[in-house]
Design a protein around this ligand. Structure first.
Ligand code: AP5
Length: 211
C-alpha cells in the first residue's frame, strides 16, 4: 500500500496545489483540516461558529477540535491519504501518530521555501467555489478572467484569511510552531524535504520522485 503522506509547510507553500495534482495521478485521498474547518464555517454549524473569528484572524484552532474533525473524516482502511494542514505543532504530530496513524507506514513531506515569497502567492490566490480548483492572479490566472477553467463556474473566491494583515500573522504563527513538528519526523527518519520555490510543474516532478 502507498504510504500515508503528511504535507508540512508554510501557508502558500503549495501543499493544496500539489495535493490536487497527486490525487489526479496517484489516487490519494485529500484530507485538508483547513478545508474541513471552512466547510463547517460555510454551513454555520456550531463548530463553524466557534472557529470563524479564530480562522479569520489567522490563529490556530484548538488541537482537540481539529483532531475530532480529522478522526471523523479519516478511514485508513479505504486507502492512502494526504494529510494537509495537520499537524501544526508538536502535540498534533504526536496525536496524529497515536490516534490516527497507529503505526501505519507514513512519510512527511516538508515544502521548503523562503517565507518572503509567500505573501504574493497568498494575497493573489483565488479558489473555485464549485470544484475547488486553485488559481493565482499572478502565477496561474484562469484563461478567462473570473471563470474557472475546469468547471466554468464564475465563483472564484478569495479566502477571508488571504488578506494582507492576516497573511502576515499566519506566517508568524508558522514560524513559531513548525520546528517541533520537523524534529518529530526528522528524529524518526520519516521526513523528506521538497524545494517548493520552483514552478508548480517542477515541484510536482520532485514530489513524485521523493515519494
Ligand atoms: P489551511 O487551510 O491549512 O491553510 P494554510 O496552512 O495556511 O495553507 P494554505 O492553504 O494557505 O497554503 P497551501 O500550501 O495549501 O497553498 P496553495 O497550494 O493553495 O488552514 C487555514 C486555517 O485553518 C489556519 O490558519 C487555522 O486557523 C485553521 N487550521 C487548519 N488546520 C489546523 C490545525 N491542524 N490546527 C489548528 N488550526 C488549523 O498555494 C497558494 C497560492 O500559491 C495559490 O494561489 C497557488 O496557485 C500558488 N502556488 C502554489 N504553488 C505555486 C508555485 N510552485 N509557484 C507559484 N505559485 C504557486
Amino acid at each position: 500500500m502507498q504510504p500515508q503522506l503528511i504535507f508540512l509547510g508554510a501557508p502558500g507553500s503549495g501543499k493544496g496545489t500539489q495535493a490536487t495534482r497527486l490525487i489526479k495521478e496517484c489516487g490519494y485521498q485529500h484530507l485538508s483540516t483547513g478545508d474541513l474547518l471552512r466547510k463547517e464555517v460555510k454551513e454555520a454549524s456550531e463548530l463553524g461558529k466557534r472557529v470563524t473569528a479564530i480562522m479569520n484572524a489567522g490563529k490556530l484552532v484548538d488541537d482537540n477540535t481539529v483532531l475530532e474533525l480529522l478522526k471523523k473524516n479519516t478511514d485508513l482502511a479505504s486507502g492512502a491519504y494526504i494529510f494537509d494542514g495537520f499537524p501544526r505543532n508538536g502535540d498534533q504530530a504526536k496525536l496524529l501518530d497515536e490516534v490516527v496513524l497507529k503505526g501505519s507506514n507514513s512519510k512527511a513531506v516538508y515544502f521548503e521555501i523562503d517565507l518572503d515569497l509567500l505573501f504574493d502567492r497568498l494575497v493573489n490566490r483565488r479558489t473555485c467555489g464549485k470544484c475547488g480548483e486553485i488559481y493565482n492572479l499572478k502565477f496561474k490566472a484562469p484563461a478567462q478572467a473570473g471563470v474557472c477553467d475546469k468547471c466554468g463556474s464564475t465563483e472564484l473566491n478569495q479566502r477571508k484569511d488571504d488578506v494582507a494583515e492576516t497573511v502576515k500573522h499566519r506566517l508568524d504563527v508558522f514560524k513559531e510552531t513548525i520546528e517541533p513538528v520537523l524534529k518529530h519526523y526528522e528524529s524518526e527518519g520519516r521526513l523528506v524535504r521538497l524545494d517548493a520555490s520552483n514552478g508548480s510543474d517542477e515541484v510536482f516532478s520532485s514530489l513524485k520522485s521523493l515519494i
